[in-house]
Design a protein around this ligand. Structure first.
Ligand SMILES: Cc1ncc(COP(=O)(O)O)c(C=O)c1O
Length: 441
């Protein structure tokens, strides 16, 4: 295993501030695929790219009335500054929500954040200096890769299979980094319905991860925004429920209620919680107070558990449509994961095809996806596509897979005719990992 090179500067010489920017911005650029995604968001394109939850069926009128009542009755507090750690009532609600995943949490150990994305940011800024290493599944969440890069951290990927992180690969990665004198700050993992693969870590693997963490003195950051969105089988215990000293847990209301409120949280060992609160105060003074009141109002006045059941049913239908569409339309040689919850399927194409180079042709054929390279810090993933079934309707998903199947058949025809994949000639969109647009997270 080789360690990644330091980030290369990628600014443009036409920018007059080029010599003024902080070093930490050097690895960040606007992704060329953003332009493509603006086309992909047009109604005639079926986008299997976006990771946006489908919130169309929320009872919006009733929620609107409840929020009007909130402003009328509690507006003076709800529109005021609040606590850097998050409002006490919100932290109590969060502890109740986590109890549904068998996590015993004290509200004092919760820090409310602006989505779990900000929790990732606070954890990284609290633990990482430039050049430190974070271990992360291969592939991993594009938004986390972006955050780690922004702090000039080196991401070392650890192999995963259909059961989650491969324990031996984790041991080896850790040993290699440490032998090279590198400081490994934590393992970042998404055990449930992983973004981007849809894979869920088995109970056995979870136990092994915790055992390795103990043995090797490793901190784990467990990112779990999809855990309650099980669409098949029983939920598995969170890593945090197996260990409250070595695991920092990140949660979110974005997928179980709505992302626009931007409320997430971290649950951390006591001393870490203190540091995260200080980091939160320096970042925002306090997480959005109004959003916390709005979420608490929703949790008190609405049957949020029933809403989660409704979400599960809706996503199950869409997952089934996606799997059916793939069976019916994908050429031989393609394989894909079979998620039991969450939003994503991970497709692997036959050797010789390149998902980044293929994307413009797919968008011309009116279907979009996210190329696999977005989810690796090291340029791998060109044979992979992330397909999301969360946002389009079942009919649109079926149509999207039909169009994607045609594109793949054409690509394979070219490959067989000319002996070279149309995409293998050049990587036109190599910089996708640099700046994920919000709609591909
Ligand atoms: C794995 C993972 N972590 C974190 C986030 C960020 O979610 P939010 O900031 O909306 O809570 C996402 C969003 O897609 C995600 O997929």
């Amino acid at each position: 295993m080789s360690l990644p090179e330091p980030l290369q500067r990628r600014d443009t010489v036409f920018d007059p501030w080029i010599d003024t920017y902080a070093e930490r911005t050097h690895g960040l650029t606007v992704s060329a695929v953003r332009a493509l995604f603006s086309v992909a968001n047009r109604p005639e394109v079926v986008s299997l790219a976006g990771g946006m939850p489908n919130i169309a069926d929320l009872p919006r009128a009733a929620i609107g009335e409840a929020i009007a009542g909130l402003i009328r009755d509690h507006g003076a507090q709800a529109m005021q500054y609040g606590s850097g750690q998050g409002e006490p009532f919100m932290r109590e609600h969060i502890a109740e929500v986590m109890a549904d995943e068998a996590i015993a949490a004290h509200p004092d150990d919760v820090v409310v954040t602006c989505g779990s994305q900000q929790a990732l940011d606070l954890v990284t800024r609290t633990f990482c200096d430039p050049g430190d290493v974070i271990l992360a599944e291969a592939p991993s969440y594009v938004g986390a890769i972006g955050t780690f890069r922004a702090y000039q951290v080196q991401i070392v990927h650890v192999a995963m299979d259909e059961f989650g992180i491969v324990p031996q690969a984790l041991r080896e990665a850790l040993a290699t980094c440490r032998a090279a004198g590198r400081r490994v700050k934590f393992l970042y993992t998404i055990p449930n319905f992983q973004n981007p693969t849809g894979v869920t870590q088995t109970l056995q693997r979870r136990r092994e991860l915790i055992a390795i963490a103990h043995e090797t003195d490793l901190l784990i950051v467990e990112d779990n925004p999809y855990g309650l969105l099980t669409i098949e089988g029983e939920p598995l215990p969170a890593l945090r429920s197996m260990d409250d000293e070595r695991v920092i847990y990140l949660g979110s209301f974005s997928k179980t209620f709505a992302p626009g409120f931007r409320v997430g949280w971290s649950l951390a060992p006591h001393a870490v919680r203190e540091k995260l609160t200080l980091a939160q105060e320096s970042a925002t003074l306090a997480p959005p107070v109004f959003s916390q009141f709005a979420i608490a109002t929703y949790l008190q006045k609405f049957d949020w558990r029933a809403q989660i059941v409704a979400y599960r049913d809706m996503y199950r239908g869409r997952r089934d449509a996606m799997l059916r569409g793939l069976v019916d339309n994908m050429p031989a040689g393609c394989t894909w994961t079979r998620p039991t919850g969450g939003f994503f399927v991970w497709l692997t194409m036959p050797d010789g095809l390149d998902s980044q180079a293929m994307l413009p042709r797919a968008v011309s054929a009116r279907v979009a996806y996210v190329p696999g390279t977005a989810f690796y810090a090291d340029g791998l993933g060109s044979r992979n596509l992330r397909l999301s079934y969360c946002f389009p309707s079942e009919d649109r998903i079926l149509e999207g897979t039909r169009r994607l199947g045609e594109v793949l058949h054409d690509e394979l025809d070219m490959l067989h005719t000319f002996g070279i994949g149309p995409g293998t000639a050049e990587h036109l969109y190599r910089d996708i990992t640099a700046g994920p647009a919000p709609d591909i997270t």
